[in-house]
Design a protein around this ligand. Structure first.
Ligand code: CAA
Ligand code: NAD
Length: 281
């Protein structure tokens, strides 16, 4: 079993992943290329833990222990003694591959390196390291502390030992796993992203976002409408996933809606930048 876990990328996913692992009692270090993002992220985790105590969902000693379990890393060298490193940085193959290559030269030879990618080929990410059998996809859902699912994806090279160790780890952090295949978007995003894209086409055709969201919430019992969810996921991430589905599966049905591309060009990434289909204070 892993005793020290590293998480790289302290955005909405990395923060949630680190929180869940530290809450499960494991020593966790978190890193981000942007120092201010890292400190904001740790502050956010502390705030959520404090709120959990206020709501009576966590006792004060559990909160204090969780805070002690979590530390900010100063750089990638701090990951040298991690048994498992979870990458949750920007959804871009070249940037992820560069990071995996660097980590491969830093962490212990028997450590596992996994990616939280939403869509990118695990086989391709694994091939950027000298330990492809120790690489796999471990796809958490947003918001990580709330969502029960983790989608697991084996690359062509992933060993059974790696898979088994990750299944045990997910049990330890109290997540339920499903096994996807290494195809663009795996299971969840292959189905979810085209639906959200279709909702954006409707906006482009003149339907109001709130009407689309209410239709899907009240008409199909979705907890969030597709446009609220798009803003929540991040329109930059959504566009990258759709571009990859379109390019690699080669079918027009995955073509990103031009309006989505425009929003991303404008820097309207959704909740994280304060503007997307809705405005956020
Ligand atoms: N981080 C941590 N916890 C959060 C949170 C966040 N961002 N947002 C809400 N929560 C917690 C709240 O603190 C609250 O916790 P308690 O029950 O302990 O009080 C709980 O979630 C419920 O929150 P709310 O009552 O405020 O709101 P809600 O009932 O509307 O639920 C939601 C919020 C859980 C986010 C719900 O709207 C939902 O399930 N939305 C859909 C989420 C979804 O589909 N996620 C998958 C996205 S796709 C993906 O992740 C894959 C990918 O690669 C893109
Ligand atoms: P985000 O934009 O909130 O955060 C990404 C973070 O990565 C940023 O803080 C950025 O500074 C950091 N970063 C970028 N390059 C880096 C590098 N080379 N080294 C260290 N840090 C770096 O993004 P997010 O929504 O947290 O998504 C992260 C990953 O998780 C992506 O691969 C995404 O596809 C995946 N994912 C996202 C969701 C979602 O709903 N947003 C759900 C599941 C999986």
């Amino acid at each position: 079993m892993f005793t020290r876990i590293g998480v790289i990328g302290a955005g909405q996913m990395g923060a949630g992943i680190a929180q869940v692992i530290a809450t499960a009692g494991l020593s966790t270090i978190l890193f981000d290329a942007q120092t201010d993002a890292l400190s904001r992220s740790i502050e956010g985790i502390h705030k959520r833990l404090d709120q959990a105590v206020e709501k009576g969902k966590l006792d004060a000693s559990g909160r204090d222990q969780t805070k002690r379990n979590l530390a900010a890393a100063k750089g990638l060298n701090d990951f040298a003694d991690c048994d498992l490193v979870i990458e949750a940085i920007i959804e871009n193959f070249e940037i992820k591959a560069t990071l995996f290559k660097e980590l491969d030269s830093i962490v212990k030879p028997d450590s596992l390196l996994v990616s939280n990618t939403s869509s990118i080929s695990i086989t391709r990410i694994a091939a950027s390291t000298s330990r492809p059998e120790k690489v796999m996809g471990v796809h958490f859902m947003n918001p990580v502390p709330v969502m029960k699912l983790v989608e697991l994806i084996k690359g062509l090279q992933t060993s059974t030992e790696t898979y088994d160790a990750i299944v045990s780890f997910c049990e330890r952090i109290q997540k339920t796993t499903v096994l996807g295949i290494d195809t663009p978007g795996f299971i969840v995003n292959r189905i979810l992203c085209p639906m959200i894209n279709e909702a954006i086409f409707l906006v482009q055709e003149g339907v109001r976002p709130e009407d689309i969201d209410n239709a899907m919430k009240l008409g199909t019992n979705h907890p969030m409408g597709p446009l609220t969810l798009a803003d929540f996921v991040g329109l930059d991430t959504l566009l990258y996933i759709l571009q990859l589905l379109h390019r690699e599966l080669g079918e027009d049905k995955y073509r990103p809606c031009p309006l989505l591309t425009k929003y991303v060009e404008a820097g309207w990434f959704g909740k994280k930048t304060g503007r997307g289909f809705y405005s956020y204070a």
